[in-house]
Design a protein around this ligand. Sequence first.
Ligand SMILES: Cc1cc2nc3c(=O)[nH]c(=O)nc-3n(C[C@H](O)[C@H](O)[C@H](O)COP(=O)(O)OP(=O)(O)OC[C@H]3O[C@@H](n4cnc5c(N)ncnc54)[C@H](O)[C@@H]3O)c2cc1C
Length: 450
Amino acid sequence: MVKIAIVGGGFSGLCHAWFMKKTLPDAGITVFEASNFGGQIATTRHNDCLLEPGPDAYFDRTGLFLQMVAELGITDRLRTEEKKSAKRFVLKEGYLVKAPQSPWGVIFTPLLFFPEKIRLVLALNKRFSVWPTISLFDFVRNVLGASAAEYLASPFARGIYGSEAEDLEFSSLFPQLFAKMQSATKLRHAVKEYLRERREFWQKELGISARPGIYNFSEGLITLVDALKQVLEQRGVHLVKDKIIRISRDNSGAYLLASKSKTYGNFGRVIFCCGAPDAAAIFRELDKELSQQLSELKHSPMNVIYTAWDAKDFSASGYGFLVPRREQYPILGTIFASNVFSGRAPENVFLTKTMVSGDSELFTEEELASLVVESLSRIFRRKLQPLWSRVFRHRPGIPRYAPGYGEWKQQIADRLAQHPGLFLRGWAFTGIGLADQAESAYIFAKSFVP
Ligand SMILES: Cc1cc2nc3c(=O)[nH]c(=O)nc-3n(C[C@H](O)[C@H](O)[C@H](O)COP(=O)(O)OP(=O)(O)OC[C@H]3O[C@@H](n4cnc5c(N)ncnc54)[C@H](O)[C@@H]3O)c2cc1C
């Protein structure tokens, strides 16, 4: 049976190990992790509050997550989004405006001007042939109008990708929808077809018809990581704490992975889930050109600031809000963390999580914390005083699917074809969210040829 190595024990690496072990129970699988298993998932505690500097929620759109949670035996620790967090807001002209959460919501939202709502309905009955490198911003502006670009695309891009909508490639964010749009006679048909295919695929695979939901655990997302680690080890997967620095091939063609102190050998397949810059470093000797190409992926650095407030002085309802670029605030958005899942903070504390673009590299932690206090004071129109703040910096940050990303990914795939048995996965390649990692690992494992 083939020996498989997975480099990177973040959520993607653990999901690949999980689904590969299910499809190939006899395979010898080793996961190498340089730092902490879980990668971006890094739940921690501070002053009785539960903080998630990286991801803080899992959006399950297929049912795969709930199935995984059940198999891992952690359903009793699952938490669903609290009712009080139902509303989401977007900042418009200095005020928080309720964001649309359904197609009908788009018709009624005050975020768009009336003529644009008519344009939106008309657009659904038109055919659009868009070029592959069009930015998210231009796509939305061309199809739905300027205010949709400013008040829907911009906050979406900033909230999910930590980037401006101009800096994201539509075809890479929504590859299947883009493909459907190439052949469909109306936008409406492309959207319908895309949603139907995805729903039917997962229904058939999992044998359930899932209702989308937002989840976490009583003790944070690290619960999922710990459970995965435990069950993987029980099933014979080797979890090794070591940083891989080099890949080479032996005389038989098998791959060798070297760390500073040790060489691990005889791997028939190596799956890289470690991020593009780290993969670039590992490939430096085996394939200089591939290494160079990998190092060219752009990232959006990100700062996360947790702030605790005395709930008597300040609290708000809803999930939180996003800030479109046009509003010219230094923050990208704020999640009202203690509203979303129970048990995140003591009763008398209102806990917020704010994202500030990492372009603010020159700011100290204190300055970043004050940017949040000043911004929230402006938005809520009163002088706010926090109990404490904690700053987390993400470097290099979120992989940026910038215009040209699709071409870059194709060039990487062409080059990688020269190295049979090697695969590049994880959020630099397979989508930006946790659900993307799990779903793509599932599909990868199903089609894997040992
Ligand atoms: C601030 C922030 C908020 C987010 N919020 C959400 C959210 O709420 N919901 C959501 O769905 N997604 C969210 N995401 C995205 C989510 O975090 C990613 O989709 C996911 O964590 C990516 O997993 P990964 O395994 O691909 O990468 P990582 O988690 O980065 O894992 C890569 C792993 O590889 C290891 N590694 C690197 N080099 C080596 C080496 N040489 N040898 C061995 N190991 C190595 C690293 O130590 C790391 O553990 C957020 C991301 C950020 C930054």
